[in-house]
Design a protein around this ligand. Structure first.
Ligand code: SF4
Ligand code: SF4
Ligand code: SF4
Length: 311
């Protein structure tokens, strides 16, 4: 008997859905085992009935629910609650769902400022003003588990298809999902010389030092020790999938922390600041420190105290 799966996207960019499609041929294996009963990106199953004639959102019952994106408006909240009610196991897929992600950068601004910026600039046609019939936005963008109960967390922006495949097959086979508790640094092959090697921070996008483009990564010095603000030590491992090498490091780019903290409840920003302080580095000496604080906030680091969870 196949397992019923429902999927929905909330305050999301659809990159996580693309990561599901990026399973490639393995998607055929998954499709043999599961029956998607609702998934807007691949099937025409409407929220308010196929004719749009229902008053309330309805999602069919499912064994597994997958939600991407955080909760930003009243409709997201209603969809999230319906998914929670209809799905036995609910997966938060992607950092937007687990921590708010990039859309939560907007939490740095008041809603009035955001609406003014989008709908009332000097280039906005008055006819394009905010329509009356769009869902009301909430006070801020919230991670799913701030408002509903989540059973499985799969962060990443987006998660690597190997991670998604591993999680789906574990669920299908009734195996518990493993959380390695490791950081990006654990999977990084660069050369580290140890604490005290970081003397000064350079601008984030300055090129790192290495030999030739063909030189293997294990011949390159750790980017943080080179003075580039790499957040690998405070970021959850796994973005490299089965190959293991972290995706940005493979491109010789510092980790920006997109998979969120190593432990779900961890505080990536404080851990990073502590790490820098233990090397005698003051974050205020970094030209981009304001951006870092904003970006880190998007990944749950400055997350306000949680509201009561709802079932
Ligand atoms: S986690 Fe990243 S890829 Fe997924 S919806 Fe959010 S921004 Fe897009
Ligand atoms: S700080 Fe960055 S470059 Fe250094 S080991 Fe960690 S992930 Fe690799
Ligand atoms: S290296 Fe860091 S920023 Fe890059 S994909 Fe991995 S977790 Fe995300």
């Amino acid at each position: 008997m196949s397992i019923k799966v429902a999927e929905e996207w909330l305050n999301a960019c659809s990159g996580c859905e693309i990561a599901i499609v990026d399973l490639g041929e393995r998607l055929l294996d998954v499709l043999n085992l599961v029956d998607f009963v609702h998934m807007p990106v691949i099937m025409d199953h409407k929220l308010y009935g196929q004719l749009g004639d229902q008053k309330h959102i309805h999602i069919p019952e499912a064994d597994v629910g997958i939600l991407t994106g955080g909760i930003r408006n009243e409709e997201h909240l209603e969809v999230a609650r319906e998914m929670r009610a209809q799905c036995k196991t609910l997966i938060a897929l992607g950092t937007c769902a687990t921590h708010g992600g990039i859309p939560a950068l907007a939490n740095s601004y008041q809603n009035e400022e955001l609406l003014q910026r989008i709908f009332s600039t000097e280039t906005t046609d008055p006819a394009d003003a905010l329509p009356d019939d769009v869902p009301e936005i909430l006070e801020r963008c919230q991670a799913l588990d701030e408002l509903i109960k989540v059973d499985v967390y799969l962060p990443g922006c987006p998660p690597h298809p190997d991670q998604i495949y591993g999680a789906l097959t574990a669920l299908l086979e009734g195996r518990p999902l493993e959380d390695s508790g490791k950081s990006v640094c654990n999977d990084c092959p660069t050369i580290r010389e140890g604490k005290g090697q970081l003397k000064n921070l350079r601008r984030f996008l300055q090129p790192p030092h290495y030999g030739t483009p063909d030189e293997p990564l294990d011949k390159m010095r750790c980017l943080l020790e080179q003075g580039l603000l790499c957040m690998g030590s405070v970021t959850r491992a796994g973005c490299g999938g089965d190959v293991g090498t972290p995706r940005c490091i493979a491109a010789r780019v510092p980790c920006r922390g997109c998979s969120g903290p190593v432990r779900h409840e961890g505080n990536q920003l404080l851990d990073m600041l502590n790490g820098l302080a233990s090397n005698g580095i003051d974050i205020r000496s970094l030209p981009e420190h304001t951006s870092l604080l904003r970006f880190s906030g998007a990944h749950g680091l400055l997350r306000p105290k949680r509201t009561k969870k709802e079932a």
